[in-house]
Design a protein around this ligand. Structure first.
Ligand code: GLA
Length: 392
């Protein structure tokens, strides 16, 4: 974990002034994958990996942002924001500044030092964490009123419009509104949400396949387009349908002849995943871990076979995990094509789980995985250095 004292010192050395520190978490998704942009349900939790931001206002209208991770500084004028080039890290904070200003928020110029410990390209939402941390800092230091829901939506807009990835709202939302010890069931249409306490005696264990996922690679946007194609075809007979969220499994089956077979499979994943996610929330509420585990397994299969966003390494990782003692459920998490799996593991079995996974995965793939154990954490916060307290 980043030492906030060190961050303040680094800020002082680089920019010659004191700063305020904020941090926004990455996330892991328990279930509800590729449903958010279909107006559906997701159930992520924020994790104890953060993007840390030290920031202080400037007297002019410039944004000067230094990334520790990339050891690079970018300078931009708030009145003439433009992208920093394709796939550039600075597009995330610059995009957020742009989205905030386009929505009428008046920002001050600012020096910003960014230091993230969310693994990059691992499907744990390092992008959302930098967007939310930077956005929160910009609004707070500019003295602008805002709600966390609004910040999440503006960060999503930044990623859609400025960065060019048509992501849904899940990552930004949980990075803003996550709560320690809880998973968050979000209705991505209404943005209503409920928090579910994670069971005692169970750990969230995240296994990184070390295969980098690249969300901008086009496959993500293609899946989204296929879902939209499904909605267009179904609307010919079901005009009330606005998104796949509105389609039941029996309706989809009844009208499958209207859909190209690939599009049908994509729709089947989304429709069944929405159902699984709501059932998983009920299972969590009833402490019915057996059902929760079964739903996670079914989710993985559906992502692998119908949505085709898994990969050999994710499948191996899930297979190895599912055979271990004390494992409640295992599945890929996030956008897919590499990245991580999420495993619910009984506390007493975590050490043997990590050891066995590392050995077996390496034998099968030649890759050395990372495993992380993280409690569910709180959403974006200001960090009071001195006491290292956090406050919202
Ligand atoms: C990425 C996106 C999210 C969501 C997931 C898949 O993490 O940022 O909006 O679509 O993929 O569930």
């Amino acid at each position: 974990m980043k030492n906030p004292h060190q961050l303040l010192k680094d800020f002082q050395t680089r920019f010659g002034s004191a700063a305020t520190i904020y941090r926004a978490p990455g996330r892991v998704n328990l279930i509800g994958e590729h449903t958010d942009y279909n107006d559906g349900f997701v159930m992520p939790a924020a994790i104890e990996f953060y993007c840390w931001v030290a920031a202080a206002p400037r007297d002019d209208r410039n944004l000067v942002i230094h990334s520790d991770n990339f050891d690079e500084t970018v300078e931009a004028r708030l009145d003439a924001l433009a992208t920093a080039g394709k796939n550039h890290w600075a597009n995330y904070p610059l995009g957020v500044a742009d989205a905030l200003q386009s929505s009428g928020k008046r920002l001050r110029g600012m020096n910003v030092l960014v230091s993230g410990d969310v693994p990059l390209g691992a499907g744990l939402s390092s992008s959302a964490s930098i967007e939310v941390a930077a956005g929160f800092a910009m609004l707070r230091l500019s003295g602008v009123e805002f709600t966390r829901e609004e910040l999440a939506q503006l960060c999503q807009r930044a990623e859609n419009e400025f960065v060019g990835a048509r992501v849904g709202i899940m990552d930004q939302f949980v990075s803003c509104l996550g709560q320690a010890g809880h998973a968050l069931l979000l209705d991505c249409r209404s943005l209503d949400y409920e928090l579910y306490k994670l069971p005692m005696g169970i750990q969230l264990v995240i296994c990184n396949t070390k295969v980098k996922h690249a969300i901008a690679s086009g496959e993500y946007n293609r899946r989204r387009a296929e879902c939209e194609e499904g909605v267009r075809a179904l609307r010919m007979v079901l005009p009330e349908v606005r998104a796949l969220r509105d389609v039941s499994i029996s309706q989809l089956e009844r009208h499958c002849a209207l859909l190209d077979p690939k599009v049908y499979s994509r729709c089947r994943h989304v429709v069944t995943e929405n159902d699984r996610t709501q059932k998983a929330a009920r299972a969590l509420c009833n402490n019915d871990l057996r059902t929760l585990g079964r739903l996670m397994r079914e989710s993985h299969r559906s992502l692998r076979d119908d949505y085709e966003v898994s990969c050999k390494e994710l499948d191996e990782m899930v297979e190895i995990a599912s055979a271990q003692r004390g494992v409640i459920g295992a599945r890929m998490t996030g956008g897919g094509f590499g990245g991580c799996t999420i495993n619910l593991v009984e506390t007493g079995a975590v050490e043997s789980f990590r050891k066995n996974i590392a050995a077996e995965y390496q034998t099968r793939t030649g890759l050395r995985p990372d495993t992380y154990v993280s409690p569910a954490s709180d959403g974006v916060q200001q960090v009071e250095v001195g006491s290292d307290r956090v406050s919202s």
